[in-house]
Design a protein around this ligand. Structure first.
Ligand code: ADP
Ligand code: MG
Length: 595
């Protein structure tokens, strides 16, 4: 059969690269079970049809040899009583058939959901593998879509529809063979009428189905995106009075998605059934017309028509399901390409041992460029001693944050080396290295949970050292915050810490890094959103970290934040142009304190 050759080939190839070996084996079992189920259905229908025929035509009991034999062997003479017995047997078989069928249906559904769930997890794990740039540069709507929606579509629709297609194709072949054995001329007639019409039908609908699918694939992540952007940008949207624009955008996308779905479900998925019914009626017209023009025995024609009707009645339901499934697979043909095709298992994160610094952190001749961009860092050399306080200043866009991200090893330099006490930081030891780093940005991450959980971030509640927490609370001047709540440290913070001030969030971030026992504190403009008074206390807190032998690297655009820095590095166009003291910085205050 040439029908859908290409699409099926692609489908099976991508499935085999997406499913794990175990899933592939299961898929074959599922396919086999589906086939049993389909045959089971045909058998069930045939049993009922046979019973009805026997009830209607009791003579059959005396004419069909096997029935006569059974009747005799159990010693029944009364045909009606025997019919009753047969109906009980059919009832019994129907119960068995339905129990088996229910069981198979459950196994199929379980498999589909398992595949969805495993893929969803794999997509999610993939984010960690892809790392910083992926998280920063791929839009959040797309990420939500790829971790939640696409895996679901794959397991619960794509895979299932493909199974239906294969099963029904096999069933159709079996039925057609059966018809051939029964009456070869009817088989030929059926194929002569069905094959061209099915091919033409498919040719006309497949493109539309694929187009709908592709459009949906673009719209769906967009709708997530608008939603997520609304959540993060709520204040700005409200203040710029652009709520209507967001509502319109969201409404437009959802409307179009529903429009497509309505057409797919309401038209295209129903078309095969309608189409096949029409073609079969057309078949009758053809037979009659042939008789009318070519002539022949009238009785033969009536028998032919009867047989054609019976054959059509058997094949059409399978054909409907098969065509429908194929169209659905076409509609979802974007799904496999949206999933990662990874043969190897994803990284399992071992509990890395924290590294400690005893001498110096060094960047040697480091260069970095973002994908498809010109060089952002160009030959950076910087050696920072343990316990040193180094400030970084420079114009916006000069590469300060990028430099910090290289130090954090969120970005892997194109060339050059990052070392701690002379030991090179590579992929193998990067997790141990990162464990000793603290990173505090203007935007502090607050997780939904208690203040204690936010300080002892990443630790199990059971292993939290209360004494240390209290000590750190004191060091970071968080006591007054905690005193505000009756539950104290157990006070629940909301997602993103919306109910905290900027200064309080900074303190929690520093407390978190202290609890983790970080050696190196990396700050990226932590105080830029704070009022001068709070900025001063946070700056003092940061400077105080040197008393705890912490190494401090801080990008600041308020000069006063760097008052106690040992030295200040000036960045210009991705290079370090100078190293100056705080006093020199003060003399050029206006140059560096740019907003
Ligand atoms: P600074 O922190 O000094 O203001 P950055 O290091 O953030 O500067 O940016 C340096 C350059 O790198 C800028 O030109 C910026 O547009 C570019 N850049 C920053 N982040 C990314 C990113 N995630 N993807 C691509 N380019 C980026
Ligand atoms: Mg920056």
């Amino acid at each position: 059969m040439r029908l859908g050759n290409n699409i099926l080939f692609n489908a099976f190839r991508s499935i085999s690269s997406i499913l794990s070996e175990q899933q592939r084996k299961k898929a074959i079992v599922i396919l086999f079970l589906s086939l049993i189920n389909a045959l089971n259905d045909i058998l069930g229908l045939s049993l009922i049809a046979a019973l009805v025929a026997i009830v209607a035509k009791q003579d059959l009991l005396d004419q069909t040899e096997i029935l006569v034999q059974i009747k005799e062997s159990i010693g029944y003479t009364d045909n009606f009583k025997f019919t009753l017995l047969l109906s009980v047997v059919v009832l019994f078989l129907t119960v068995i058939k339905n129990v088996i069928s229910q069981f198979i249906v459950y196994i199929q559904a379980k498999f589909a959901f398992d595949v969805s769930q495993e893929l969803s997890l794999k997509q999610y794990q993939y984010f960690f593998r892809m790392g910083y740039l992926f998280i920063k540069n791929v839009d959040s709507g797309k990420k939500t879509y790829s971790a939640i929606d696409v895996p679901y579509q794959f397991g619960n629709y794509y895979l299932l529809q493909l199974t239906v297609f294969v099963t029904e194709a096999l069933v159709s072949v079996i039925i057609v063979l059966g018809i051939f054995i029964w009456k070869a001329d009817i088989g030929l007639l059926l194929i002569f009428i069905m094959a061209p019409s099915v091919l033409i039908f498919y040719a006309f609908t497949k493109r539309k189905m694929q187009k709908f699918g592709d459009e949906r694939n673009k719209l769906y992540p967009r709708s997530h995106f608008v939603l997520l952007e609304t959540l993060t940008g709520f204040a700005d949207i409200q203040l710029s009075n652009t709520q209507q624009r967001y509502q319109d955008a969201f409404g437009k996308i959802r409307r179009r998605i529903n429009d497509i779905d309505a057409r797919v479900v309401g038209i295209y998925q129903k078309l095969p059934q309608k189409f096949n019914e029409i073609i079969m009626s057309g078949g009758i017209v053809i037979i009659l017309a042939a008789y009318y023009w070519i002539g022949g025995n009238k009785e033969n024609v009536i028998i032919l028509l009867g047989s054609f009707g019976i054959a059509a009645f058997r094949i059409v339901p399978s054909l409907n399901r098969m065509m429908n499934a194929l169209l659905n697979v076409k509609n979802l043909s974007y799904v496999p390409s949206e999933l990662i095709h990874l043969k190897e298992n994803l990284t399992k994160f071992e509990n890395a041992r924290q590294m400690h610094i005893s001498n110096a952190l060094e960047l040697k001749n480091i260069s970095y460029s973002y994908p498809e961009r010109k060089s952002t860092l160009d030959g950076i050399n910087l050696k920072i001693q343990k316990g040193e306080f180094v400030g970084i200043v420079g114009e916006s866009g000069s590469g300060k944050s990028t430099l910090l991200n290289v130090m954090l090893r969120f970005l892997i330099p194109d060339s050059g080396e990052l070392t701690v006490d002379g030991q090179s930081i590579e992929e193998t030891n990067s997790q141990s290295y990162q464990k000793m780093l603290a990173y505090v940005q203007q935007d502090v991450f607050i997780k939904e949970g208690t203040i204690r959980e936010n300080i002892a971030f990443g630790f199990d509640n059971s292993e939290v050292n209360e004494g240390r927490i209290l000590e750190i609370v004191k060091q970071t001047q968080l006591e007054s915050l905690i005193a505000m709540f009756p539950e104290g440290l157990d006070h629940l913070l909301t997602e993103k810490g919306e109910n905290l001030s900027g200064g309080q969030k900074q303190r929690i971030a520093i407390a978190r890094s202290l609890y983790k026992d970080s050696d190196i504190f990396i700050f990226d403009e932590p105080t830029s959103a704070l009022d001068p008074e709070t900025e001063k206390t946070i700056s003092e807190l940061i400077a105080g970290l040197t008393n705890l032998h912490k190494t401090i690297i801080i990008v600041a655009h308020r000069v006063s934040t760097l008052a106690r820095a040992d030295r200040i590095v000036v960045m210009e166009n991705g290079t370090i142009s100078r190293t100056i003291s705080y006093n020199e910085l003060l003399q050029h205050k206006n140059e560096y304190e740019t907003e």
